[in-house]
Design a protein around this ligand. Structure first.
Ligand code: SF4
Ligand code: SF4
Length: 281
């Protein structure tokens, strides 16, 4: 079982929902928000192993290079430029696909491993924990997310805390999920971003439900939209001082009995939805 948790933007409570729900369900937690990972703050993983994530980046042997331009034309990411005197490599744009070195007729391109981030693997309670972090000034999250994805053991139930927004990195998180949970807040901006995220998940044909964070108990903006869109509201996390205090202390909200009950309800509904989704797939 794979459950993807996403929101149309950052700061809506996606990690709060992901960590608390993973804990309540006793399943693996995977943090794909490699720009600003913070699941570890709440789950406090043990025995963390850190490893580098590298991509192979080209180096041009200018003595061998005939400036034929084939590598420049091959690169889909505009990472190579022919100045007329030499070939320049813009490393920030290079995705490490290796196409240029394969295409070079003079064998003038070698590659070196460039560190773009790190990956963390550990455990919390009785489940596994995975996350990653982009290196400073490195703009590429995609290869780190792909590497985390490769490390998740096949057949393990897990919750993916997706990157915020609706970018291709979010698609990587949602891809292959049995169910998606959309986290939103009851405001006009929250609704706007929720709609974008719902459109994305609909495109991917994955069943989904909504959790309202910082709920006012009655949230007509989101509730009317959910009803019109035929989407189930899985639960509401109240806007409360107690919740804000627990969060600011880096603790799980389910330490508060009233919120634990809410997450037990969410867990029950999510399991029903996932069972239904799997039996109809
Ligand atoms: S393909 Fe090889 S020889 Fe041609 S411009 Fe690129 S590095 Fe130089
Ligand atoms: S490895 Fe791929 S992305 Fe990087 S410069 Fe070569 S062709 Fe472009």
């Amino acid at each position: 079982m794979k459950i993807a948790v996403l929101s149309g933007k950052g700061g809506t409570g996606k990690t709060t929902v992901s960590t608390n729900l993973a804990y309540a369900m006793g399943i693996d937690y995977v943090d794909f928000d490699v720009e600003e990972p913070n699941g570890h703050i709440f789950l406090k993983p043990r025995d963390l192993k850190e490893s580098d994530v590298n991509i192979m980046t080209p180096v041009i042997d200018q003595d061998r290079c005939t400036l034929c331009n084939i590598c420049v034309e091959t690169c889909q990411f505009n990472a190579l430029v022919n100045t007329g005197k030499r070939i320049l490599v813009f490393e920030d744009l290079c995705h490490g696909c290796g196409a240029c070195s394969l295409a070079c007729p003079e064998k003038a391109i070698s590659e070196y491993p460039r560190k773009i981030g790190v990956l963390f693997e550990g455990t919390y309670e009785k489940a596994d924990f995975f996350s990653g972090r982009m290196a400073l000034n490195e703009p590429m999250a995609g290869p780190i997310i792909s590497e985390i994805k490769r490390r998740i053991p096949k057949g393990r139930d897990h919750i993916v805390d997706c990157s915020p927004g609706t970018s291709c990195n979010v698609v990587k998180g949602v891809d292959g999920a049995d169910y998606a949970i959309m986290v939103t807040e009851p405001s006009v901006f929250g609704l706007h971003d929720l709609k974008l995220a719902v459109e994305l998940v609909e495109e991917m044909d994955i069943p989904m439900g909504i959790i309202i964070n910082r709920s006012n108990e009655y949230d007509p903006l989101i509730e009317d939209y959910a009803k019109d869109s035929n989407l189930r509201i899985l639960g509401k996390i109240p806007f409360s001082k107690a919740a804000a205090k627990i969060y600011s202390e880096g603790k799980l909200l389910i330490e508060e009995p009233a919120i634990k009950e809410i997450f037990e309800g969410i867990k029950k509904q999510v399991l029903e939805e996932v069972d239904h989704a799997i039996s109809h797939s």
